[in-house]
Ligand binder design. Sequence first.
Ligand code: MN
Length: 734
Amino acid sequence: MMRQYELVDRVRRYNPHVNEELLNKAYVYAMRAHGTQKRASGDPYFTHPLEVAAILTDLRLDDATIVAAVLHDTIEDTSATREDIERLFGSEIANLVDGLTKIAKLDLVSKRAEQAENFRKLLLAVVDDVRVLLVKLADRLHNMRTLQFVSPEKSGRIAQETLDIYAPLAGRMGMQGLREELEDLSFRTLMPEAHAMIVTRLGDLRRRSGENINRIVTELSQELSARGIDAEVTRREKAPYSIWRKMERKSIAFEQLSDIYGFRIVVKTIDECYRAIGVVHTKWPTVPGRFKDYISTPKQNDYRSIHTTVIGPGRQRVELQVRTGDMDEVADFGIAAHALYKDGKAGDLDALTRESRSYKWLRHTIELLSEGDSPEEFLEHTRLEMFHDQVFCFTPKGRLIALPRGATPIDFAYAVHTDVGNTAVGAKVNGRIAPLLSELQNGDEVEVVVAAGQVPPPAWESLVVTGKARAAIRRASRDAIRTQYAELGRQIVTRAFVRAGKTYEDDKIRAVLSRLARTSVEDVLAAVGRGEMFSGDVVKAVHPEFVPVRSAGAVAEKGEKGWFGLKKAASLVFKIPSAKEDASDAIPIRGLGSDLPVRFAPIGGAVPGDRIVGILTPGEGITIYPIQSPALMTFDDHPERWLDVRWDIDEHDTRQYPARIQVSAINEPGTLGLIATVIGESGSNIDHVEFITRSSDVRDVVLDIEVRDLKHLSSIISQLKSKSVVSKVERING
Ligand code: MN
């Protein structure tokens, strides 16, 4: 086991100002905390955090990270608490260890590959200090290195998780060397035979072509040097897992791989890049179609280099990259930086590009550190904010749902399944009832409460943040409205059949769909409900001998006394010849927001207690008019648009309905205030006020108000009339 002084020495090698006391304190604390705990190998558990710390000293990390590594399993696996750590080591280290504990609690195992990407994002979203990820990766690396002591079942699971989540994460952070080691260890565990095969063949290839490879490096160096180009030539062997993946992807044999070895020429200037390429192309024949100039046309990620393939010494294909030292640095760091935002597409980077990328990003970070005034501050502010516009939540079964920040349980419900969203009535977040419109946080476990037969309120559409939820809500409302129109149409058509002395049946409509140019019974009914098709025409389609009512007069003759003098209309509406003449035969109206697409007369409205008629307007549904409305005259010639309707209002209903009154009052200060007070005190709202005339003595005021019903309206009118300044009050209907 590594001794205290050894750990301190390792740090001191790159950091002369190491806080020896702090490191020793952590060493002793973690050793005591883990006590007699053992690893699967039988070693004392404490050897594990020490090895993790050692890996991080290879990356030359700061004291806080090394101490966090030593302590990383204490909160998770011992009786130590966050408070203990904070008290003894301060809040910075406590935050790091706490971050690691949080990650340990995430169940990162997922059988679905698509989830792996989300889990990586989750990690990045949960972690707000890059050092936590570095410790986590070192932790995983040590666990992978000692995987042989773990049961085969468990080791397979850990290896898969490493391959799915941690290796790509290392790659994303620009740590390609760490990525390759993690991949290789996973590959060896998951597919020992394939791994052994590739390692063996690589060994063979190395033995066979080792001399050749050295010869290529030497010949390239000499040739360039002879032309006065100061170049550094390096070579690289593709990693076993990359080889296997390429064989799989392209379904080719090991022998068919031509890019197991790659070479890189690094020179001083751009001019030398092109000269070096000239030298290489003069000396060896090129492979057609393999020349790519990413210097004149850099890749999107700012990668710059010239690629070429030649038939080199020993008739071997040689893949070459030529770039300047600056490009080498910029490419390495730039791509690492890009990799932080999007996982570097393996296809974009060949083996050579990845060469020595391993710790470049980290090295660069440390370079910045050594230059900066406050290294700790720099690391603290290297926060991973790229996924902070997202939240990651879980279903009770552990499925991860990624949502944009600001998402609500409704968004979550729709992300799970459209049906879940449509029938959502409540949510439990982390086991507690939460409003459907609360904002979800990272790591929330969300359980959606559903109830069958629900329709999402259209208002949700503007409250959700995901497009999927919005579209589904819109669709559901549209379906619901269509259903309402169809229901209205059914009532209208049924009555039309009754009027014609027939009985309505869906099958009758179904038989004449083509005649009506519709595809379903619901279509026909919805069309009638929307006023696009007249009920009489539907009856006629079924019973061609039937003559639809086209003239109001014909029916009006049967009429009795009209209402408010509108004899024709009234008789038509209220004296429909039918088997039952009671009120239940009329279409019940519940007001705005009811199940039927209903609106009220645009001028003067209609209030419960009014005798009402419905006028069907194509595409808009029914408009409710009080029977005294002069506007009804305009519909006299369209009896087919008249509907028998009645109020269906619960007496406890507190909804208000629009009405218009005109008040004539003496023109003196305070009159208008008095009118407003009377209306307000009677529990009515004033929507709109307009002055019709204004003489020196009298003013006429038109008020649009909201009342519960006719009784409420009458009471307001009589109260206004009782005021001495008021000369006249009239209800107005358009
Ligand atoms: Mn650990």
